[in-house]
Design a protein around this ligand. Structure first.
Ligand SMILES: *[C@@H]1O[C@H](CO)[C@@H](O)[C@H](O)[C@H]1NC(C)=O
Ligand SMILES: *[C@@H]1O[C@H](CO)[C@@H](O)[C@H](O)[C@H]1NC(C)=O
Ligand SMILES: *[C@@H]1O[C@H](CO)[C@@H](O)[C@H](O)[C@H]1NC(C)=O
Ligand SMILES: *[C@@H]1O[C@H](CO)[C@@H](O)[C@H](O)[C@H]1NC(C)=O
Ligand SMILES: *[C@@H]1O[C@H](CO)[C@@H](O)[C@H](O)[C@H]1NC(C)=O
Ligand SMILES: *[C@@H]1O[C@H](CO)[C@@H](O)[C@H](O)[C@H]1NC(C)=O
Ligand SMILES: *[C@@H]1O[C@H](CO)[C@@H](O)[C@H](O)[C@H]1NC(C)=O
Ligand SMILES: *[C@@H]1O[C@H](CO)[C@@H](O)[C@H](O)[C@H]1NC(C)=O
Length: 733
C-alpha cells in the first residue's frame, strides 16, 4: 500500500452477537463495508509508517482505557486531525487519557455514545487546537469549572443528552463558570440535557457564543426573569437562543434584555400562560424571529405586546393564543417588517379587517385550524371581513380547516404574488366565478376535502393556468358536461403534478359515474350533445315563433286578413285598366248617414256640390220604384268614394250595419278600391266601430279619416281635407 495515500484508517471490532441497533444509517453502511479488526494492543512505533494519517475512526469497538492511552501516545507526531471514539465503552476520562495528543493537530474529537459518567478536570488539556467536541449520549453527572480547561480553541461543543437524569439519581450539576475556558466557542448544544438549574454564572465567559440550544432540557426553569440569562451578557454575539420545550411558564419583564444581538428566540412547546404586555421582549433590538408555537393556547395579546420588537420578521404563534384578536389596534401593527405570521390552531373566530394593517411586507400567513367561517359569510352582520386587504405581498396563505363555506368575491383581491393557497378541509361548494382571478402567480393550490362539485373555467381558469401542483382530491365531483368537462380535459393535458389522481378524484353524481374516477368521464358524451343542443335551440325558437304568431293573429289578424284580400283582389284585378274604370263613375261619393244627420249633410257637405263634386244621397237621389237594395248596389257601383257620416246613431242603424257596410266593404275588396271615407261627427271607439261596421281606422289611409271640428274656424280646413280625400286615387299603395 502506498504510504502517502494511506491517510484514513477505519478499525472496527465486530461482535457477532452485538449487532449495532440504534446507530445512524450512515454508520451502518460504513460498518458493513469494512472488514473488522480486533484491537487489543498497540505496538511501539506502529503509526511511524503512516504518519500522514489524518482520520482515525475506532467506533463501535470495546477499547480499554489503557489501550486508548497507549494509542494516543503512539499517535504523537502524526498528522491526525479527526479522532472518532464513538461507542467504545469508555466509562470515564482521566487527566492522562489523551496525553500525547497535544503533539498532534487534532481538531475534531468524537466521544459520543459512550457511557461516560465522569470526566476528570483537565482531561482535555491535551487539545489546544481542538475545534469540535462531541460528548453526545453519555451519562455525565458533573461539569466543573475545569472540565473543559485547555479547550480555548473550541468552536463547537455538543452536549446533547450528555447529562441525563436516571430514575434513581438526582439531577446532574453544571457548576458556575463551567464553560469559561471556551472563549472561542460559537455553538453550544445542550439539547435534551438534564441539569439542576441555570445559575447566575453558568454561561459566563462564552465570549464568542452565537448559538445556545437548551431545547428539551430539564432544568427546573419556570419563570424566565431578567437574571436567568444574565450570564449571557458576556456573549454579545449571541444570535440564536433555543428554549423549546423547557417547561417555561412565564416570561418576566426584561427577560432577554441583555441579548441585544439576538436574532432568533425559540420558545415553542412551553407552558407560557400570561398576557404579553410588551416588556417581556424589551431590549431585543435585533430580533428577527420569535417562535411561541404550541404553548397550550394560553397566551393573550395586547396591542402593546410587540411594541419593543419592530424588527421582527417571523412571528409564530400557532396553538399559543387565547382571547380575542379583535382589537381596535392590532397587536401586529408595530411589526412593519413582518414577513411570516403563524396564527394557526388557535380557534380564532373574531378578527377585524385591520388585523394586518400596515404589514405591507407580509409574505406568509398561516391561519389554518381556526374558526374564520363567519368572517367571510355574506350574511355576516356588517358584511364580510376583508382581513387580507393590505397583504398584497402575500406568497403563501394557509386557511385549511376553518369551516369556510363561502369566499366573498373580493376576499382574495390583489393577491397577485400568491404562490400557494391552501384551503383544504373546508366546506366550500359554489365559488364565485371570478374569485380567484387575481391569483395569476399561483403554483400550489390545495382544495382537498371540500364540497366542490364543479370545476369550471370561469372560476378556475386563472389559478390553474400555470400551476405546479394541484390537490383537489376527495371532493364530491359532479361528473356532468357542465361541471367537469373542462376540468377533466385540464387534468388530461396538464403538466402540473396532481397527487392522488386518478384514484382520489371520484365522481359523486350523476348515478352513471357514481364512485368512479373523474378520469373515466367521457368528454365525447359532451360532444354528442351538440346536435341535441341545436335541436333544442331550433325547437324553442319554433315555439317562440308560434307564440308570437298566435298573438299577432289574435290582436292584428283583421289587419292581415284585410290587406291579404286587398292584395289578392289587386292581383286579380290588375289586368283591368284603371283609367277605363275611372270613367264610368257618375258620382264622386255615395254618402251614408242617418236621417237625423241629414241637416248636417245639407249644411256641411252639399255646399261642395257647388264646386265640381256630385254626391249620391239615398233619400234625395234614389229613383222611386227601385228597391232600396238595388239602389244601393247600383249607385255604390257608380260612386268613386263612399262616405260614412259616423255617429252613435249610425252604428245602431240596422240597414247600415247589415247591408250597406257589407256592400261597401265588398266593393272595397272586390274592386280593389280604397274608396272609403269616414267622417266622425262624434267620438266613436275603434271597438264599437269594428263591432258594428266591421271597420277599423287602421284599414284606411289616414287622409280618409276626418273629424268634424268643434271650432268654427277649423271648418274650412275640414273642407279642404275632404276635398283632397275625395280627389285621392282609389289605388291602394
Ligand atoms: C492529574 O490529576 C492529579 C490529581 O487528581 C494531579 O495530581 C496531577 O498533577 C494531574 N496531572 C496533570 C498532568 O494535570
Ligand atoms: C431586573 O428587574 C428588577 C425589577 O424587576 C430590577 O430591579 C433590576 O434592576 C433588573 N435587573 C436587570 C439586570 O435588568
Ligand atoms: C452586537 O454585536 C456587536 C459586534 O458584532 C457588538 O459590537 C455589540 O456590542 C453587540 N451589541 C450588544 C447589545 O451586545
Ligand atoms: C425594515 O426593513 C427595512 C429594509 O430591510 C429597514 O431599512 C428598516 O430599518 C426595517 N425597519 C425596522 C423597524 O426594523
Ligand atoms: C408560469 O410559471 C413559470 C415558472 O414556474 C414562469 O416562468 C412563467 O412565466 C409562468 N407563465 C405565466 C403565463 O405566468
Ligand atoms: C386524454 O387525452 C388523450 C389524448 O390526448 C385522449 O385520447 C383521451 O380521450 C383524453 N381523455 C380524457 C378523459 O379527456
Ligand atoms: C407541458 O409541457 C410541454 C413540454 O414541456 C409543453 O409543450 C406543453 O405546452 C405543456 N403543457 C401545458 C398544458 O402547459
Ligand atoms: C367505491 O369503489 C370502491 C372500489 O373502487 C369500493 O371499495 C367502495 O366500496 C365503493 N363505494 C361505494 C359507496 O360504492
Amino acid at each position: 500500500m502506498d504510504k502517502k495515500q494511506f491517510q484514513r484508517i477505519k478499525l472496527f471490532k465486530n461482535f457477532q452477537s452485538e449487532e449495532p441497533r440504534a446507530l445512524p444509517c450512515s454508520l451502518q453502511r460504513t460498518l458493513s463495508s469494512f472488514s473488522i479488526v480486533l484491537l487489543t494492543q498497540v505496538e511501539n512505533g506502529c503509526f511511524q509508517a503512516i504518519a500522514r494519517i489524518s482520520d482515525l475512526v475506532l467506533d463501535h469497538s470495546r477499547l480499554s482505557s489503557q489501550f486508548i492511552t497507549n494509542i494516543c501516545t503512539e499517535l504523537a507526531g502524526t498528522a491526525l486531525q479527526n479522532l472518532s471514539l464513538m461507542n467504545t465503552l469508555q466509562g470515564s476520562l482521566t487527566n492522562m487519557t489523551f496525553q500525547g495528543l497535544d503533539k498532534t493537530n487534532i481538531t475534531v474529537l468524537d466521544l459520543s455514545y459512550n457511557t461516560m459518567s465522569k470526566i476528570a478536570d483537565g482531561a482535555f488539556q491535551w487539545f489546544p487546537r481542538l475545534e469540535s467536541l462531541s460528548l453526545e449520549h453519555n451519562s455525565l453527572r458533573h461539569l466543573t469549572k475545569d472540565t473543559f480547561s485547555g479547550l480555548g480553541n473550541l468552536r463547537q461543543l455538543n452536549l446533547q443528552k450528555a447529562l441525563i437524569k436516571s430514575h434513581t439519581s438526582s439531577l446532574p450539576v453544571i457548576e458556575d463558570f463551567s464553560f469559561h475556558h471556551l472563549v472561542q466557542l460559537e455553538h453550544l448544544c445542550m439539547e435534551n440535557t438534564a441539569f439542576r438549574e441555570i445559575t447566575e454564572h453558568i454561561f459566563s465567559g462564552l465570549l464568542h457564543l452565537k448559538t445556545l440550544d437548551l431545547s428539551w432540557s430539564i432544568t427546573g426553569l419556570k419563570t424566565v426573569t431578567n437574571k436567568t440569562f444574565a450570564s449571557l451578557q458576556e456573549s454579545p454575539l449571541l444570535e440564536t437562543l433555543n428554549l423549546t420545550a423547557m417547561g417555561i411558564n412565564k416570561l418576566g419583564p426584561g427577560a432577554f434584555s441583555m441579548l441585544g444581538n439576538l436574532t432568533t428566540l425559540l420558545l415553542g412547546r412551553n407552558f407560557i400562560n400570561q398576557q404579553l404586555k410588551g416588556d417581556e421582549f424589551e431590549g431585543l433590538t435585533s430580533i428577527k424571529e420569535i417562535d411561541m408555537s404550541i404553548n397550550q393556547q394560553s397566551i393573550s395579546l395586547t396591542n402593546a405586546s410587540f411594541i419593543h420588537v419592530p424588527t421582527l420578521r417571523t412571528l409564530k404563534l400557532g396553538r399559543a393564543l387565547k382571547g380575542s384578536l379583535d382589537m381596535e389596534q392590532s397587536p401586529f401593527r408595530p411589526l412593519v417588517n413582518l414577513t411570516v405570521l403563524d396564527l394557526s390552531n388557535n380557534n380564532i373566530a373574531n378578527i377585524n379587517a385591520g388585523m394586518l394593517t400596515g404589514l405591507y411586507r407580509l409574505k406568509v400567513l398561516k391561519m389554518q385550524h381556526n374558526n374564520l367561517a363567519r368572517l367571510w359569510k355574506t350574511a355576516n352582520p356588517g358584511g364580510p371581513v376583508f382581513f387580507l386587504k393590505d397583504a398584497h405581498k402575500l406568497t403563501l396563505l394557509d386557511l385549511d380547516y376553518n369551516g369556510l363555506d363561502e369566499i366573498p368575491l373580493d376576499a382574495l383581491r390583489g393577491l397577485s404574488n400568491l404562490h400557494e393557497l391552501s384551503l383544504r378541509g373546508n366546506l366550500l361548494n359554489q365559488l364565485h366565478s371570478s374569485v380567484f382571478d387575481d391569483l395569476q402567480s399561483l403554483k400550489y393550490l390545495h382544495l382537498q376535502k371540500n364540497l366542490i362539485t364543479s370545476v369550471q373555467h370561469a372560476t378556475f381558469g386563472v389559478p390553474l393556468s400555470n400551476l405546479t401542483e394541484l390537490s383537489m382530491d376527495r371532493n364530491p365531483f359532479d361528473c356532468t358536461c357542465e361541471s367537469i368537462l373542462w376540468f377533466s380535459e385540464w387534468l388530461n393535458s396538464t403538466n402540473a403534478s396532481v397527487p392522488g389522481f386518478p384514484q382520489s378524484y371520484i365522481c359523486n353524481t350523476p348515478n352513471a359515474y357514481f364512485n368512479r374516477s373523474v378520469m373515466n368521464f367521457d368528454p365525447l358524451s359532451c360532444k354528442d350533445m351538440t346536435p341535441f343542443k341545436a335541436l333544442y335551440i331550433l325547437s324553442s325558437t319554433a315555439v317562440l315563433m308560434l307564440l308570437f304568431t298566435a298573438f299577432l293573429v289574435h290582436f292584428q289578424g283583421w289587419r292581415i286578413q284585410f290587406f291579404w284580400s286587398i292584395m289578392v283582389n289587386r292581383m286579380l284585378g290588375s289586368l283591368k285598366d284603371e283609367s277605363v274604370a275611372e270613367g264610368r263613375y257618375v258620382f264622386d261619393a255615395y254618402i251614408i248617414h242617418t236621417a237625423k244627420d241629414r241637416p248636417w249633410v245639407d249644411r256641411s257637405l252639399l255646399p261642395l256640390e257647388d264646386e265640381k263634386f256630385i254626391f249620391f244621397l239615398e233619400d234625395r237621389d234614389a229613383i222611386p220604384g227601385f228597391s232600396q237594395l238595388d239602389t244601393i248596389i247600383e249607385n255604390m257601383g257608380k260612386s268613386r268614394k263612399i262616405i260614412f257620416v259616423i255617429t252613435e246613431m249610425l252604428l245602431k242603424d240596422p240597414w247600415c250595419r247589415q247591408f250597406k257596410v257589407h256592400h261597401a266593404l265588398h266593393q272595397v275588396m272586390e274592386k280593389n278600391r280604397d274608396s272609403l271615407i269616414l267622417i266622425f261627427l262624434q267620438d266613436v271607439t275603434d271597438y264599437n266601430l269594428n263591432r258594428s261596421l266591421h271597420l277599423r281606422r287602421g284599414m284606411l289611409k289616414p287622409c280618409c279619416i276626418l273629424y268634424w271640428p268643434l271650432h268654427r274656424e277649423r271648418i274650412p280646413a275640414f273642407h279642404q281635407k275632404l276635398r283632397s280625400a275625395l280627389a285621392s286615387t282609389n289605388n291602394l299603395n
